[in-house]
Design a protein around this ligand. Structure first.
Ligand code: BGC
Length: 393
């Protein structure tokens, strides 16, 4: 399909990233809500009310304003908008209209993800990403979103980390549907690319001139002796096949957290070095690494749509973000076309199988009152973004 005229924001985007299921609460019509309470899964607790952002979104947006950020990445939830196949919930759409209008009222550019990990039960029950109709269903859903919310979207993300959905759901077996099979993993990656194209083209066919792209999970990899071939095959499935397919998109979203160390038998679970709450290597250098790698393979603008650290130690978060922004500085100084950076995450939220233990937020959330309390890292991030000059400034 021919590309439409696309308008990118003039300013460099500084934001934080979230997803509907992880902060809204009450998302009970999804594969995840069922998985969290099923026997024998890796889940430590159910999502439940999350951060109650369904009701407290204005408070969240006010925090963004206080921090002086100009954008916010959030997602809309397919299971709420289309709770059953072909049945559109107009109240859910009205809610998301109100959220997006509340962003604009505060001069916050909304970066809207259409699919962030969760599937409506009606989709999951008929094979999810392995159903041959999945791209058509996601395209139809994207058309509804484009028609009803398109005029309010600042930037659109189609499928969040399609490669992680495939990896965790079909190879590692830690996300629904908890399968572990290389061929299925690879087939789901192929299906994901078709879903992305169907959604992108459906959005392009509805009004609006906002950029549309896919947020891809990327990592720095280190091969220990004997692990080189495995790194190559993992990279091929997880990154290269995707990066080769996005040339017609308006931009690429890059999301990174760490460096993964691979030996002859697979990922090293506890690599040597400083580790985070997730057991990841503390590796802010991955920002520079992944941005450079992405830029070497695509010739469209890049937005870092997620980067951050799960930690109870806010000083460690500030150290991580310091390193991350230094890497961003280096790539911008080399004229790599990066248009924005989104820290994950605004709030301490539901971290999937790990529940509420990992703390990715620059704002703490009291689990009983939902009161929000900015951490020192929030103020640090506000200052750092203010003092960071980009070529757009
Ligand atoms: C996902 C988020 C998740 C974050 C931290 C990303 O892979 O998009 O949903 O919370 O990483 O693990």
């Amino acid at each position: 399909m021919t590309q439409r005229e696309v308008r990118f924001p003039d300013e460099f985007l500084w934001g934080t990233s979230t997803s509907a299921y992880q902060i809204e609460g009450g998302g009970t019509n999804t594969d995840w809500s069922r998985y969290e309470v099923a026997e024998g899964t890796h889940c430590v607790e159910p999502c439940g009310p999350a951060c109650d952002s369904w009701n407290r979104y204005e408070e969240d947006l006010d925090l963004i304003v206080e921090l002086g950020l100009n954008s916010f990445r959030l997602s809309v939830e397919w299971s709420r908008i289309e709770p059953q196949q072909g049945v559109i919930d107009h109240e859910a759409i009205a809610h998301y209209r109100a959220v997006l209008e509340a962003c604009h009222a505060r001069s916050i550019l909304p970066v809207v993800t259409l699919h962030h990990f969760t599937l409506p039960l009606w989709v999951a029950d008929v094979g999810g990403f392995e159903n041959p109709d999945i791209a058509a269903w996601m395209g139809a859903y994207a058309k509804v979103v484009g028609e009803s919310l398109g005029s309010l979207i600042g930037i659109a993300c189609t499928v969040n980390e399609p490669n992680i959905v495939a990896l965790m759901g079909y190879l590692i077996g830690a996300f629904p549907p908890a399968q572990s099979d290389w061929l299925r993993f690879s087939n789901v990656n192929t299906a994901m690319r078709a879903c992305h194209v169907a959604m992108r083209d459906a959005l392009r066919a509805t009004p609006g001139d906002y950029p549309i792209g896919m947020p891809l999970s990327m990592n720095e990899y280190e091969a220990l002796p004997g692990g080189e071939d495995l790194v190559e095959s993992i990279r091929h499935e997880m990154e290269d096949e995707y990066l080769r397919s996005v040339g017609d998109d308006d931009y690429l979203g890059v999301q990174c957290y760490t460096k993964i160390v691979i030996g002859p038998d697979g990922r090293i679970a506890h690599p040597e070095g400083e580790l985070t709450e997730m057991g990841y290597l503390f590796w802010p250098q991955s920002v520079e690494y992944t941005l450079r790698r992405a830029a070497s393979m695509v010739s469209i603008p890049i937005i870092m749509t997620e980067n951050g650290i799960g930690t109870d130690d806010d000083e460690q978060r500030i150290r991580y973000l310091t390193g991350a922004l230094a890497g961003l500085r280096n790539v911008l100084d080399d004229d790599i076309d990066v248009r924005g950076y989104f820290q994950w995450s605004l709030l301490d939220n539901f971290e999937w199988t790990f529940g509420y233990r990992p703390k990715f937020g620059i704002v703490a959330v009291d689990r009983s009152t939902f009161a929000r309390t900015p951490k020192p890292s929030a103020q640090w991030y506000a200052e750092a973004t203010k003092n960071f000059t980009t070529s757009n400034d």
